[in-house]
Each structure stands twice: as C-alpha cells, then as structure tokens.
Design a protein around this ligand. Structure first.
Ligand SMILES: NC(=O)NC1=NC(=O)NC1=O
Length: 174
C-alpha cells in the first residue's frame, strides 16, 4: 500500500491494517489516524513514535507488558500473533534446545521480577545469542533507562512492521 492509500483509509480499516504494528496495542493506530494525511512512511513512523513518547511512564510500561516473552509460553503454545511468530522464528527462537529455553525462561523471569515489565528486543535485528547477551546485559540497567531502552526496541519492531505494510515513498525518487 502506498501513502496515498494509507491516507484514504477510514479509521476502521486503518486500525485493521496497522492495529498490530505495536504489539497488541491497536489504540496506537486508532490514535494516530487523526494525524493523517501522512506525507510519507517516515511521517507515519514519526507520528507513532511521537504518540508513544508522549505517554506517561505507566503507558509506556503498559505497552511493554503486552509483549509476549521471547521463546516463552506463547511461542511454545502457538498463541503468538503472526508478526511475533515470524519475528521470533527468524531469530531462531523456535529452535532452542531445552537448556536454552530454560535459560531464557529464567532470565526473562529475573528481568520481569526486577523491572515489572518483560524484556523486549527487536528480534529481527538480533539472533538468539545476541538476545541472550542483551538480556543479561540490560538486567543491570537502572529502571528509567531500561524503560527507555525497551521502548526504543518497540519502535524498531514497529518500524519494521510498517515497512512490510507501506511501500517506500516514491515521491523522493528521481
Ligand atoms: N519480548 C519481545 O521482545 N518480543 C518480541 N520481540 C520481537 O521482535 N517480536 C516479539 O514478539
């Protein structure tokens, strides 16, 4: 879909198409619909990022709390959204050994117990080794810093999902 088509969508269709660019947070798409017309894909991305940045801390933590764990029960139980299933599979999280699954579960629990929200990382930009390394490294972060770091990962996930839905802008092509 190109940006002209995006701008012509009624809000119901806009939410249908973009409702999961932020995992399980259709309110984000429903909110930024009001900011149309978007001049480009980059403008749509910026509108979503601005909406997220304007949320209070509790809102940002709410976004994080609806993310499925990496290699967690949703993956094991087949209840991931299609987007998350694709992303986690691409990072090799669906082929972990039993020991790796246990290690991820232990570290995810340690992280959640410490921060009160789950560890979030853009799986498509990482692999299982880097994800485990980041999980251990970020466990040591101060809470406010880690919240910002995790939201940055949400924005990366969102950007990649948007790139799969909206064709790059032709307007700046010679
Ligand atoms: N907890 C997470 O980081 N989850 C995820 N990251 C992704 O890129 N896809 C997910 O489902």
């Amino acid at each position: 879909m190109d940006i002209v088509s995006v701008n012509s969508l009624p809000y119901e269709d806009f939410v249908d198409v973009f409702g999961n660019v932020v995992e399980k947070c259709p309110i984000v798409a429903a909110a930024v619909w009001s900011r149309r017309p978007f001049s480009s894909l980059a403008d749509l991305v910026a509108s979503i990022n601005d909406f997220i940045d304007a949320l209070p801390e509790s809102g940002k933590e709410g976004i994080l709390r609806v993310h499925p764990d990496l290699a967690g029960r949703d993956l094991q139980g087949g209840t991931l959204t299609p987007e998350s299933r694709e992303e986690q599979g691409q990072a090799g999280l669906d082929t972990l050994t039993t020991a790796e699954v246990s290690r991820m579960a232990r570290l995810n629990k340690e992280y959640k117990d410490h921060f009160g929200f789950p560890f979030v990382i853009c799986a498509r930009m990482n692999n299982k080794a880097k994800i485990l390394q980041q999980l251990e490294k970020r466990l040591g972060n101060e809470r406010a810093h880690e919240r910002t770091r995790a939201i940055d990962e949400v924005k990366k996930i969102c950007h990649l999902r948007l790139q799969g839905l909206v064709v790059p802008d032709r307007s700046n092509k010679l």
